[in-house]
Design a protein around this ligand. Structure first.
Ligand SMILES: [Cu+2]
Length: 66
């Protein structure tokens, strides 16, 4: 199962790496890939969405509600 989350505030490769690292540390995440141009993260696995959101926010970025 994959989850897509829109994220605001990512501007460079450092941001991409920081968000991917934070997401990969969430229980249940198999992989996480950030697309900087789309401002989007694609997460594979079966994590709880609220834990993904928390991880992104703790890394210093904002989840865009949809
Ligand atoms: Cu950056």
């Amino acid at each position: 199962m994959s989850t897509i989350i829109n994220i605001a505030g990512m501007s460079c490769n450092h941001c991409k790496m920081a968000v991917e690292k934070a997401l990969k540390a969430v229980p249940g995440v198999k992989s996480a890939q950030v697309d900087l141009e789309k401002g989007q993260a694609v997460i594979e696995g079966a994590p709880q969405r609220e834990n993904l959101v928390k991880a992104i926010e703790e890394a210093g970025y904002e989840v865009v509600s949809q």
